[in-house]
Design a protein around this ligand. Structure first.
Ligand code: PEP
Length: 249
């Protein structure tokens, strides 16, 4: 009932090996359903290898982070241009682990979003409230604040070529999942907030849910009307689980 093509993205985080990257990309390539856009986000050292394994398939490649800067004396950083160069089409921006473990502020996340688009990458902007914020009833306000930081920098038009992932931090890697109704409520808040600025951009932008999505809960989450796909952490490291989630989308 929507023209938005489902997107299922696997975020491997800092997991795996060259051997796992080879077997996962082979398995996903062989069985990814055509009606869904499937995206793999391996660690930086495996990007080129996974890209080579995916050539000619519809499966997309993305990175988990990028530098704010384009190039120069920034030891340890990886630029958006480099990610494009090795075949990435997407990049995660503002994942909660970047925000909480590495101190990425809303302002840094906005800079990374802009840097990604300047280098021809589609950002997947991750937003979501922590457990404390959730319990304090602040989820909607937090998500609006996180969106506003990016909107104020790049404007609503930039969201025509972006994806937003709602990931309640209390559900990431915890085995706790937002109920489909809870997730739908926040997805609707995100879409409405974008619609305040441009209704057609908001209607077209894909919104992903993330947070302990597994093969057995994916279908009920993805059936919600404003949930257009999933951002999958743990379950993306197992080909059968990840493919089952893709099939559910
Ligand atoms: C994530 O890190 O984006 C994520 C959703 O992780 P998990 O599926 O493991 O909760």
């Amino acid at each position: 009932t929507t023209s938005r093509r489902p997107l299922v993205a696997g975020n491997w985080k800092m997991n795996g090996s060259a051997a796992l990257a080879a077997s996962l990309s082979q398995a996903v390539r062989a069985a990814a359903p055509a009606q869904v856009e499937v995206l793999l986000c391996p660690p930086f050292p495996y990007l080129a290898q996974v890209q080579a394994a995916l050539v000619g398939s519809g499966v997309q490649l993305g990175a988990q982070d990028l530098a704010v800067a384009q190039d120069g004396a920034f030891t340890g950083e990886v630029s958006g241009a480099m990610l494009r160069d090795v075949g990435c089409g997407y990049v995660l921006v503002g994942h909660s682990e970047r925000r909480t473990l590495y101190g990425e502020t809303d302002a840094v996340v906005a800079e990374k979003f802009a840097a990604a688009q300047a280098q021809g990458l589609r950002p997947i902007l991750c937003v979501g409230e922590t457990l404390d914020e959730h319990e304090a009833g602040e989820a909607e306000a937090v998500v609006r604040r996180q969106l506003d930081a990016v909107l104020n920098k790049v404007g609503i038009a930039a969201f025509a070529d972006a994806v937003v992932a709602y990931e309640p931090v209390w559900a990431i890697g915890t085995g706790l999942t937002a109920t489909p109704a809870q997730a739908q409520t926040l997805h609707a808040v995100i879409r409405a907030h974008l619609a305040d600025q441009d209704a057609s951009v908001a209607a077209a932008v894909r919104l992903l849910y993330g947070g302990s999505v597994k093969a057995d809960n994916a279908a009920s989450l993805l059936a919600e009307k404003d949930i257009d796909g999933g951002l999958i952490g743990g379950a993306s490291l197992d080909a059968d689980s990840f493919l089952a989630i893709c099939q559910a989308a």
